[in-house]
Design a protein around this ligand. Structure first.
Ligand code: NDP
Ligand code: 2IT
Length: 452
């Protein structure tokens, strides 16, 4: 078949839209990747012949199930749970579980698709998957969360296993939820195995897994800045979110001598011109995890700060932006504001926080722009290290793991730089680099397997 007989990019995207009606987030994630991959595979006949991108953009399977549980008032509640197993060409399916009212099949399919490329970029043997439920942990008692997690795992356990699919945390799923789910898996199967990552240190968890995503996003940022002779030191950073990723990104910015001006949640953002230092970050961590409080209360606690209800932080002047809340939280207009305000670098702690228009603005302005699949890969990378420790039945020391995380993030940066450059320009397009490097590894494994 001549290359001209292959469907073009627009035809491909039209097909993705037709096959996935009502799934805008999934179509968006595939479009962003396809824009770069179509260019890359122009002259690579085998990827066309074996329909590699078309196959990666069709999950191996989507499992959907009813999760029924009883609340504290004895009401019977019904939620929908999912596991999307996107691709296991290079290792067991691996990716987080999200509990949030906005969870849909489209959201989890986009996340599992992105995860496939991200996991490949880490250099570790992990395929891509994602799961979750439209359950809202906010305002629920510990017992309600426990009953929900147990019910969720009572179906999920059939589909996962240390060599099959290894879930972890994501929005709304942290140490507490992983504990309840691991306990239920162990109870049902009578098998103590590394079926989940992000576990407590007492029962097979790894040191620095909690910190890894946020720290990794800042290491990636530092790598980008170092390459152009700059650094985090003295820079003003605005961060969205106030959960696991946001608070640890903030911590690492402060450790590297930067100043953090904002944090947010789904109700608005706080702006603290004095800077959110380690003591204040510790307060936010305890407030969000132990007290399950809202970020608005930061402004009651620290008088230098203001709370901006219903707004996002992107209008605050900064050098660096680190979106760490959720998908599509930074649009084209906000991207233009950031660029106009002199922002030089964006490192995505969240998955697909910048929408397609926003990503095009950053690409056009040629600022340093690290997509989530590269910048936030530190979390899943340390999950991979947790799997290795579980298999070997050992625990590595903190210093060792800190170094491995740094090395893995530098390795991802190098892979992106290798594929994201253009002849005649010194600028690295990290989106293109991440898409191509991730695709190539998965694609070459798929070619080795033939048509399966
Ligand atoms: P958490 O649940 O710990 O925190 C999520 C934060 O984002 C909260 O501050 C939450 O505010 C905010 N948020 C959630 N949904 C929305 C929304 N619709 N609009 C505005 N704010 C929102 O989750 P994580 O920190 O773990 O995850 C944050 C992002 O990082 C996600 O995109 C996740 O996929 C990604 N990620 C996470 C990894 C991990 O290891 N945990 C690894 C790689 C990526 P509120 O309290 O109001 O809901
Ligand atoms: O989006 C992600 O990479 C995660 N939520 C972490 C996945 C994992 O398996 O650690």
């Amino acid at each position: 078949m001549a290359l001209s007989d292959h469907v073009d990019l627009n035809g491909f995207i039209e097909g993705v839209k037709r096959r996935n009606p009502g799934q805008p987030e999934f179509v968006q994630a595939v479009t962003e990747v396809a824009e770069d991959i179509f260019d890359f595979i122009q002259d690579k006949e085998q990827y066309h012949k074996y329909q590699i991108l078309r196959r990666i953009a069709e999950p191996d399977r989507v499992i959907s199930f009813r999760v029924v549980w009883e609340d504290d008032n004895n009401n019977i509640r019904v939620q929908r749970g999912y596991r999307v197993q996107n691709n296991n060409a290079i290792g067991p399916y691996k990716g987080g579980i999200r509990f949030h009212p906005t969870v849909t099949e489209s959201v989890l399919k986009f996340l599992a698709f992105e995860q496939t490329f991200k996991n490949a970029l880490t250099g570790l043997p992990m395929g891509g998957g994602k799961g979750g439920a439209n359950f809202n942990p906010k305002g629920k008692s510990d017992h309600e969360v426990m009953r929900f997690c147990q019910s969720f795992m009572t179906e999920l356990y059939r589909h996962v296993g240390q060599n099959i699919d290894v879930p972890a945390g994501d929005i709304g799923v942290g140490g507490r939820e992983i504990g309840y789910m691991f306990g239920q898996y162990k109870r049902i199967t009578n098998s103590f195995e590394g079926v989940l990552t992000g576990k407590g240190l007492e029962y097979g968890g790894s040191l620095i897994r909690t910190e890894a995503t946020g720290y990794g996003a800042v290491y990636f940022l530092e790598n980008m800045l170092t390459r152009v002779g700059n650094s985090v030191e003295g820079k003003r950073a605005i961060i969205s979110g106030s959960g696991n990723v946001a608070t640890h990104a903030a911590e690492k910015i402060v450790q590297l001598g930067g100043k953090v001006l904002t944090l947010s949640d789904s109700e608005g953002f706080i702006h603290d011109p004095e800077g959110i230092d380690q003591e204040r970050i510790d307060w936010v961590k305890a407030h969000k995890t132990k007290r399950r409080g809202r970020i608005a209360e930061y402004a009651d606690e620290f008088k230098s700060a203001t709370f901006h209800a219903g707004e996002r932080p992107w209008g605050v002047e900064c050098d660096i932006a680190i979106p760490c809340a959720t998908q599509n939280e930074l649009n084209g207009r906000e991207a233009e504001t950031l660029v106009a305000n002199g922002c030089i670098a964006v490192s995505e702690g969240a998955n697909m926080p910048t929408d397609l228009e926003g990503a095009h603005v950053f690409k056009k302005a040629q600022i340093l722009f690290a997509p989530g699949k590269a910048a936030n890969a530190g979390g899943v990378a340390v999950s991979g290290l947790e799997m290795s420790q579980n298999s070997a039945r050992i625990s590595w020391k903190e210093a060792e793991l800190q170094q491995l995380l740094k090395d893995i993030m530098s390795g991802i940066h190098e892979r992106c730089a290798e594929h994201g450059g253009r002849a005649g320009s010194d600028h690295i397009d990290y989106v293109r680099g991440a898409n191509i490097a991730g695709f190539k590894k998965v694609a070459d494994a798929m070619l080795a397997y033939g048509v399966v």
